[in-house]
Design a protein around this ligand. Structure first.
Ligand SMILES: N[C@@H](CCC(=O)N[C@@H](CS)C(=O)NCC(=O)O)C(=O)O
Length: 217
């Protein structure tokens, strides 16, 4: 198994957590340095034409891409521990919470978007940060409201078991931290993130614990 990732990548972080939870160690971890634009080089474009990480090749392929698709592949090939509940409404809620992060919020913060805001739209740094914080906050407000008001919420987003929603929530919280966004107003989010981070599979996957990462961002 080959895993293309980078310490800072929040989408790679999500897949790393799932790999750890399921006890899978990739044979090879290939660093794609986003800060040097390596995702746009021909060699990586041939792996993932979207020029984004993560990507995963299991055996003789094909290349898998998009963090949620990869995590669901891992779920189907390594069902224990399960990261999606069995009951259809619970599964839909978990996927919905996960998608708020992975599909609605995080894509607005990735390097290609930040670089477009800077180089094409010529937005200065404070304005770019305002953009990032705005979209982080929109998702956190929605998730906090859902979690705080739903009887489905337990120790984790969906009851007492870790699901894909928790994986995504933790990536959102770490992203908020990278971009100096205060989690203070989101007590349920903080409680669940703290519970997840007590689990070694989450803690070991943290961006700042990966090879090449700085001590802080
Ligand atoms: N929706 C994708 C996002 C993938 C993505 O954009 N990854 C970022 C790093 S977290 C990336 O590689 N960005 C490269 C770029 O924006 O140029 C997923 O969840 O996998």
């Amino acid at each position: 198994m080959k895993f293309y990732s980078f310490w800072r990548s929040l989408a790679s972080f999500r897949v790393r957590i799932a790999l750890n939870l399921k006890g899978i160690t990739p044979d090879e971890v290939i660093d794609i340095d986003l800060m040097k634009g390596k995702q746009r080089e021909d060699s990586y474009r041939a792996v993932n034409p979207m020029m984004a990480i993560p990507a995963l090749i299991d055996g003789d392929g094909p290349v898998l891409f998009e963090s949620l698709a990869i995590i669901e592949y891992l779920e189907e090939t390594h069902p224990h521990p399960r990261l999606l509940p069995a009951e259809p409404r619970a599964r839909a809620r978990v996927r919905g919470l996960a998608q708020i992060v992975a599909c609605d919020s995080h894509p607005l913060l990735v390097p290609r978007v930040r670089e477009y805001l800077e180089h094409e739209l010529k937005l200065d740094e404070p304005t770019r940060l305002k953009w990032i914080q705005h979209w982080i906050g929109e998702a956190l407000r929605a998730i906090e409201t859902n979690l705080a008001n739903s009887k489905e919420t337990g120790r984790y987003c969906q009851g007492e078991n870790i699901t894909i929603a928790d994986i995504c929530l933790v990536s959102q919280a770490v992203g908020a931290n990278f971009f100096k966004y205060d989690l203070g107003p989101f007590p349920t989010v903080r409680r669940i993130v703290d519970a997840c981070m007590q689990n070694d599979a989450f803690a070991r996957a943290h961006p700042l614990r990966q090879p090449g990462a700085p001590a802080a961002v």
